[in-house]
Write a protein that binds this ligand. Structure first.
Ligand code: NAP
Length: 514
């Protein structure tokens, strides 16, 4: 069973014992004690004897990315002193092993190699050499050049001949840390808390267990994720993993950092799809890859939802497998359905009853485009108000209404508008500029029958929504759209009804505690 190992940098005995106790409390199975600067042999021995969790002890040399300037012999002597009590392994760099020193004999050795500059050019030779060396465990770690390196780390684990730790550092390598258990690594490292990691990209123990479903991951677990750049602050892992747990779906949802550009997106897809043991089953696609996803799926001849194709953006990919080989890809746009369903639920009408409704779409960017396409498709009369009129005009021309009309207007004219539904798709009012509203000084007539829908979800109640409430209008928050697009993704991937209330709670909780 893959251990969850808390990485602890030791500065003194009391701090180390405190941190080990915190690691045990957080649910770590073992600890890595980094004693680079804590090298008094009798104290090292005391630490090993008083440690309450199984431990790896490491005195990492500065030339391997650590902080110890001691010569090999002295570091090995310090590690010898650590071979007591709960110490399960000592970690010695391959380069030190290569130099032919007598290794400490009290505990099995993890023979390790780290490259902070990128993938070692002789990665496979290093592993072959480690297999010949006396270490009991191979540990190979490098800085991911891109997310594609993760697959090589997974391959090293699935083809191992010794117990192995294979990890990629950095944000692009996060998947190797979380999926270590899926591929049978000896262990993965996690930090005690968000700020205390000993290597770039480490996820905290709490996040591993609560956010990324560590305890539920098995070799069969299906993998899902959000493809984005940046991806670090995405709420999607929280919402989908909570939903998987709630319905007992054997899946885990990760952040996939894919840098901008079609070629990078395509290379990511090809690499991940070409590795069936990953069980890649579904992707959320967001900035800047929604158009790239559509282009890729078209190139592959995949099935694409017609409205997603006309909007020009795919935000959901479903991957089905036959005999564990990814075989069919299909693309959807859950944003447009989320917009329509947020509106129709608030007005207690069907999509078809949108026909003839007067709708103001404020903004002509990605979300504006999705809203206009969806509303025009269902026959609404749409006015697109945008700061850059040109852009609104192009959008209106591109999506002539099926039965209603789509026209453009300058943003200043919003105050003269007399629509039944107002949909803000600009970023005005979004955190941190929460004191702004697209209708400031532009207040149209609002009545209790008017619906104001703000796509902005942070904060959940924007200034626009407060103004609308004060005028007695109905309101819908962007949280509703966010939750509904995730609900549709969940249902497309799992075929099960989504725990919508729980998903909404997760989003609201994240937004109010961030
Ligand atoms: P986008 O493509 O960059 O479009 C931004 C739009 O906002 C453009 O029409 C732009 O007008 C307008 N705009 C920006 N700043 C403005 C200002 N100061 N004054 C007037 N107009 C301004 O962005 P997007 O991806 O569509 O996202 C827009 C908003 O929707 C964001 O707040 C995002 O968080 C939210 N969103 C929510 C969800 C959800 O699930 N709730 C999903 C997606 C997006 P110009 O054309 O003149 O530049």
């Amino acid at each position: 069973m893959t251990a969850l190992c808390a990485a602890i940098f030791v500065t003194d005995l009391a701090q180390a014992k405190r941190d080990i106790a915190r690691a045990a409390e957080a649910g770590a199975d073992m600890v890595e004690l980094r004693i680079d600067t804590f090298t008094e042999p009798h104290l090292v021995r005391q630490l090993a004897e008083e440690c309450i969790l199984p431990a790896i002890v490491t005195c990492r040399a500065a030339w391997e990315g650590g902080q110890s300037d001691l010569p090999d012999e002295q570091r090995l002597a310090v590690l010898e002193a650590a071979c007591h009590g709960q110490t399960k392994y000592i970690d010695i760099e391959l380069q030190t092993v290569r130099r032919g020193h007598d290794l400490p004999i009290g505990r099995p050795v993890i023979c390790s190699s780290h490259d902070f500059d990128g993938r070692p050019s002789k990665l496979h030779n290093i592993v072959l050499e480690m297999n010949q060396r006396p270490g009991a465990v191979n540990k190979i770690v490098w800085s991911a050049r891109s997310i594609r390196d993760c697959v090589e780390a997974f391959e090293l684990l699935t083809t191992r001949t010794k117990p192995t730790i294979a990890l990629c550092m950095g944000e692009a390598g996060v998947a190797t840390r979380i999926l270590a258990k899926k591929f049978g690594a000896l262990l993965t490292f996690a930090s005690l808390d968000a700020d205390s990691g000993t290597a770039p990209g480490q996820v905290s123990i709490k996040q591993m267990k609560q956010l990324y479903r560590w305890d539920a991951i098995t070799p069969e677990t299906r993998v899902y994720g959000v493809v984005a750049s940046p991806v670090k602050h995405s709420m999607s892992p929280a919402i989908h993993n909570a939903a998987f747990s709630a319905v007992g779906h054997d899946g885990v949802y990760l952040p996939f950092l894919v840098e901008p550009g079609y070629e990078r997106f395509k290379a990511f897809m090809e690499t991940f799809l070409a590795f069936p043991p990953l069980h890649l089953s579904g992707l959320s696609i967001t900035l800047p890859h929604k158009e790239n996803a559509l282009r890729y799926l078209k190139e592959k001849g995949a099935e694409i939802e017609p409205l997603a194709e006309s909007i020009g953006a795919v935000n959901t990919i479903v991957i089905t497998s036959i005999n564990n080989q990814p075989s069919t890809l299909s693309g959807f746009n859950s944003d447009y359905a989320a917009i329509l369903d947020s509106i129709t639920a608030a007005l207690s009408i069907t999509r078809e009853q949108l026909a003839g409704k007067r709708v103001a779409v404020i903004g002509a960017g990605g979300t504006g485009r999705t809203a206009v396409a969806a509303l025009a498709h269902y026959g609404a009369n749409v006015v697109v108000y945008n700061r850059t009129l040109d852009r609104a005009q192009k959008l209106a021309e591109e999506f002539p209404g099926k039965t209603g009309k789509v026209v453009a207007a300058p943003l200043e004219n919003l105050c003269k508008s007399c629509c039944q539904i107002y949909l803000n798709t600009t970023s005005i009012g979004m955190h941190p500029k929460v004191d702004q509203s697209p209708i400031d000084g532009n207040l149209p007539d609002l009545s209790p029958d008017t619906l104001i829908f703000d796509a902005v979800y942070n904060p959940p109640e924007t200034k626009l929504l407060q103004q609308a409430k004060a005028a007695g209008a109905k309101t819908v928050s962007g949280v509703e759209m966010f939750v509904r697009q995730a609900v549709r993704q969940f249902e497309l991937w799992t075929g099960k009804p989504a725990p919508t209330d729980l998903m909404r709670q997760v989003v609201l909780c994240r937004l109010t505690h961030s």
